[in-house]
Structures are given as C-alpha cells and as structure tokens.
Design a protein around this ligand. Sequence first.
Ligand code: NAG
Ligand code: NAG
Ligand code: NAG
Length: 525
Amino acid sequence: MPKVARPPSLLLQLTLTSFIFLSFVNNGNAGITSTFIRSEWPSVDIPLDNEVFVVPKGHNAPQQVHITQGDYDGKAVIISWVTADEPGPSKVQYGTSEKRYEFSAEGRMTNYTFYKYKSGYIHHCLIDGLQYDTKYYYKIGNDDSSREFWFQTPPKIHPDASYKFGIIGDLGQTYNSLSTLDHYMQSEGQTVLFVGDLSYADRYEYTDVGLRWDTWGRFVERSTAYQPWIWSAGNHEIEYMPYMPMVSESVDISSPLNSRQLDMTRSQVMAVHGWMPSSRRSCGGYQTGAGPVEGVNNSKHVVLGDIYRKKVSKKIKKKIKELESGRGICVTVKYTPQWMWLREEFERVDREKTPWLIVVMHAPIYNSNEAHYMEGESMRAVFESWFIRYKVDLVFAGHVHAYERSYRISNIHYNVTSGEQYPVPDKSAPVYITVGDGGNQEGLAGKFRDPQPDYSAFREASYGHSTLEIKNRTHAFYHWNRNDDGKKVATDSFKLHNQYWASNMRRRKLKKHYLRSVLGQIAAY
Ligand SMILES: *[C@@H]1O[C@H](CO)[C@@H](O)[C@H](O)[C@H]1NC(C)=O
Ligand SMILES: *[C@@H]1O[C@H](CO)[C@@H](O)[C@H](O)[C@H]1NC(C)=O
Ligand SMILES: *[C@@H]1O[C@H](CO)[C@@H](O)[C@H](O)[C@H]1NC(C)=O
C-alpha cells in the first residue's frame, strides 16, 4: 500500500537540514542518519577519589543537595540533602537576599540500610508560598558547616510565559556524564526533565550500590542544588539483585528495601535513595508504586510516566501475581494504576492555561536503534491514541543510549482487510524524541536499524542533551546538543508549533511565517 506523502513543510525542512549538515547520510525519503565520528571517553565510571565526588568540608556538612518542584503551580520547592555523620537539622533558612534569611521551614529525615551499607541522613524540606520569578537564597546544615545555594522560581502562570527546559537521560557517572552535565549547564536551561536511569548504582554489588548513589548525588549537585530536576524513573532504578538472598527472599512491598525487588516500584527505589521526596508522591498516581509522577511548570504541563517492564524471574513473577491479587497492583499496561492515572491526568489539562503538553517516559515508543527495539510497543498500543487525542506536543524518552527524533507520525489506523498497520505522517501526532545519551557506563547504542524507517527524522549515536525553549503559547525552539569533544554544538534543532494552538484558525496565519522562519532558524543556529 502506498505511504501517504510527507507534508511539504517537512520536506523543505529536511532539504535545508541536509544542506547544512553535509556529513550526514540522507537515506532517500527517510530521515538522516548522522555519520559524525566522535572520540568518546571510555565508558567507565569516574573513580571514587575524583574531585567531582568530593565530600564537602566540615563535620556533617550537607551533601547531595537537590531540589525539585514542590507543588502544582510552581510556588513551592522541595529541597533535599544528605548529612553523613549525624542526623543534624532538617531546617532550611531562605530569603530573597543573599545571607539574609527571613524565612525558615522544617523538613523531615529518613535513612535506610542496604546489605551492610548504612545510608546517611536524608533530609527533605518543602518550602512553599514562594513568589514567582524571584531568586531565592537558601542555607542548610549546622552553623560551622552550613552551605548556601540559590534558585529561581518560574514566571507567573501565563499561557505566553517563556521557559527553558533541559532534557537529560540515562546519565550515570562517567566522564561522558560529566561532559553532558557541563554542557547542559552552559545551555542555561531552567529546569531539567529527567527521562530516567539516574546513577547506574545498580551496576554495583552489595555496599557499593549505596556508595555509588552517594557519589552520583555529589556529582550532580553542581546543577541539582540550583534548579529543579523533575524525575522520571528508569529500569536502572529497579535494583534487582537475586544474588543477595537476604534481599530477594522475602518480598514485602511495605519495606522499602525489599520493594526494590519488584520492577513496579522504581519510583520507590528512588525515594529510598532520596531522589523522590514523598510529598511529591501525592501528585498523580505515584503513591501506588506503579510510579507515574506528574509536574506542572508554570505554563507547561509535564506528564511523567514510569512505564517499563523488565524481564523478571519466575519466582518474582509469582510474587507479583500474589501481590496483584492481594493488593490490587498490576504490572501490565492497560487498566494499571498508571493507566487510570494518566487517563484522568490528560482530562485535567487546560490548554488555555497551560498550552504545552509534554510527556516524559523512560522507554521510547518510536525507536529505530537495535538496542531496545520494539520494547515500547505495548505502551504504544495503549497510549499512542491518547497522545494524539490530547494533542501532546512532545514525548521525551531515554533508555536507548543514542539520540533520535521522529517526524509527526502515528500508527493508530488498522486496515482490517489487509491486517496492515504502520506509522503514517500525522499532523496531530507528537514529535517523539529519544535522548538516552547522557553518557553512562554502558556506552553508546551505536547500531541503528537499516534502512532508516520513514518515521525517523534524525538519529545519531553521540552523547548529549536537549533543550526546549518555550517562547509563548504558539512557539518553541528545540535543540539537541552533542557533547562533541568539549564544545557545545547544536546538532539537531527545529522550531515547534504548539499542537493545541496551532490546530485552530491561527495555524493558517502562522503557516507562511513558519516556512520563512525555518530558513532563519537553521541559519541562526
Ligand atoms: C537510621 O539511623 C539511626 C540512627 O543512626 C539508626 O539507629 C537506624 O538503624 C537507621 N535506620 C536504618 C533503617 O538504617
Ligand atoms: C486495506 O487493505 C486492502 C488490501 O490491501 C486495500 O485494498 C485497501 O485499500 C486498504 N484500505 C485502506 C483504507 O487503506
Ligand atoms: C511567539 O514567539 C515567536 C518566536 O519568538 C514569535 O515569532 C511570535 O511572534 C510570538 N507570538 C506572540 C503572539 O507573541
């Protein structure tokens, strides 16, 4: 059956893009497979004694400081940190001028044991009632070893508020991870949407698991202490360790330690290690353990999914079955707590107030890499039609350690006569972007499927990060930045029109302008 012709604007964009990036191979009608040759550092974790993991000076000094958005409206922040020597205060002092802290808030403290590893004291403190668009300074820890940081609150909720997100995935703690983090910090993003797989501590055994969560916390602090990172969980948050009998024998979901044995509780694993403050869990369906969380950032509605099924042993499967029947928890896609949560969540979005709708999940739905090929298929079958119905603008995923961007395509139409089903160009579909190229110790997924499928617009196996710069209710600029030997290079970029606002009458007016600005855009970057 003939494929539906690509819309002319995409063709034009493609022509222009291939004109600029001469080194890319253009696969006939399909997208671009970049042939960029990179020199990567070996994919090994940075040694423990490296300065990037340095413990801050002073007795019980706060470390692993990280913040995340604390409410729906962007007027609250959750500040988290770890003290190593003794519990110490869970108090945050804060204010709008440096060194003068008019306010204070009291948090809470938790700790955990994993095998023989005993965690530090993990503090979470919610500070709320903040002013929009304001720089806040904050201080944590005891007087002699206290530390000070700052953050900026988002602008007032307004459909035309502008904001710049960074998108990072599968980060880990290698020299490539460091390069990604450095480049992200140069790109002036205001909040990170993290697509899952944080520390890769699960690649270690016994007490080293906890130690590598701690090094990772100190490693990312350079950014996470100063701006919200909004987390989605990945499969490396599973920590499935059957060789540790004392952990795997008894599966009791109410114990944070043992709940790590089940792939449906990745967000709980993150919570145990201090990366999902529990007040956040009251948002959406996350408290079920099936793990979706959600966040709203001023005029942008971000939906985060925690959907990933890992192959588990028979024994664990049996346990899951028992748990499902006993506690109403399911681990398949449809009718899961996550499915129900997402259905309600999409209904709640008011695009007049929050024009941009972004979905963040771990395993990609459209992926033409050999790695994890078709793994997102069960989710695609269930969620893709919702993405289209609710006019999702972008779907970000990680999991595959490479970069890929799709055209606007959908695969929701089924031909009952021929039994055929395949992706076709669809203006009402989101753009799917895989940015699992943060730089962890597993290395790059260098093998793309050949030929490049029609849905794939651009793909390259390099480390990097993305930014999404929302300008107003109709326009956003998207960039993917390849780390490229230490220089920040915008490799893939395009201008995005809002799916909700562009599909009404305005679209026609914008159209002419769009073609002109694609030209300007490419030239500018
Ligand atoms: C938490 O810390 C306290 C005080 O050091 C300790 O007694 C307790 O065993 C720790 N709890 C866990 C679960 O490690
Ligand atoms: C479905 O497939 C049949 C057999 O290949 C074809 O004749 C028909 O045109 C297709 N229908 C649509 C709506 O594409
Ligand atoms: C939205 O932003 C785009 C890009 O900066 C600009 O061209 C356009 O005029 C803006 N629209 C409105 C209504 O301000």
